[in-house]
Design a protein around this ligand. Sequence first.
Ligand SMILES: [Zn+2]
Length: 437
Amino acid sequence: MHTREQGARQAPQAGGANASARVQTDRSGRSTGQMLALQRMAGNAAVTKILRRGAGGQGIAGLVRNKGAAAREAQLSANYGIRIGPPPERPDDHFSHSMLDRIDAVLGGLPPEHIRNNPELTAIQPAAPGSGQTTSEYDGENQLIDMVRPFGMPSWLYTELNRSSGWQRWLMDHKGPMSGFEGISSTGDKALGLKGQKREVMGGTSNVLAHGNLVKWTVRHEMGHSVDQHVGWMMNLMQQPRFGGWRIYSPHSDYDVEQVARAILAEVGLGDQLEVQDRHYMGLLASVAAALDPRVARSTPQRLTGLPEHFPDQDEEFKERLGRIVHFAQLALAQPWTLRNGGGDVLTIRGRTYHVDQHGQWVSYLWREREQHAVSNYQFSTPAEWFAESYAAFYDPKPGPRQRLNPQVRNWFATELPALLGQPQEQSSQEATGSGV
Ligand SMILES: [Zn+2]
């Protein structure tokens, strides 16, 4: 069950792009030196703009001491009907003005019923300091969104980050989400023949979502997780073809790993020999399914790589086919969704692409949906992220991301989602344009 985002569990100070990324707080008084650094980087006009935004109309005190933030949080909480600001147990841990600007801009552009009357959303709060999280996340158990400033980056700098800039995106991809994924290494990529292929999370197969302000995208994306939980998209709808046709193969779902094994065996031409026994008298199907178990494949990789040797009595052709299964599984285990083509040239069987997702479970989706309608690589990593990215795309103030979605998905957001929430249907598409620059 999806509750939290995949957590990159690295220490926040993983070494930012420059010295300015190492400071923990913009209330520390060390901001001045960083402003100078930014000034050199971005120029005077930009810095003046940032200062004005960061101070929330409170002058330099607003920026350095965060004056007025608590009152503003109270006002926004009243406006939106959820708590925006710190939890009672750490009452002084306020958002910065620049962060509140972004949160306000995004929430103002979403249908109010996604926020105010959403029982799966009670708060948007700053993540606890020292929690070690590097990515913001929706916490489904406590119905709240934790906003993180990655790498201990000062808030005023983080809120300026733009998703369209190449180096910033690389930083967010590689120091943020990517650092927590199993199965990605340069030696592994070389062995799989992937050397030189770019791995990306936010962009990739399509860059339509890779624009605009990073914090705004984050808020919109995390809001998507809470709406998913509210309307039960993952529970009831994710398998529909228009939504990617997602399947999860686990003991707790409708499908299991044996079905993955069956599909791959048929693909390599061994579908009619499922009863052939390995050297431990285990049938081919069960033996391959055991090797494909993600926990086994990660903890005891030789169980997978040694698959051909499990069948010493079979001929070379049989073993060569097993070798293709090994290659398939090794690529599937290497987070292939971060590749531009999702690994689909190898991993697609009868229109369905398979991989092991960042939570360590086999999933599959419809290849053509990724090819034609993906808004980012992340969208086709796992069903929960499909929804959150689609949500962020649909409610993006720019038209490009929404246009990229399957028309039937656009229709669902515009008419079926409001109906599910008991709202008049015209509302959603109108309000999606409300968010300013
Ligand atoms: Zn997410």
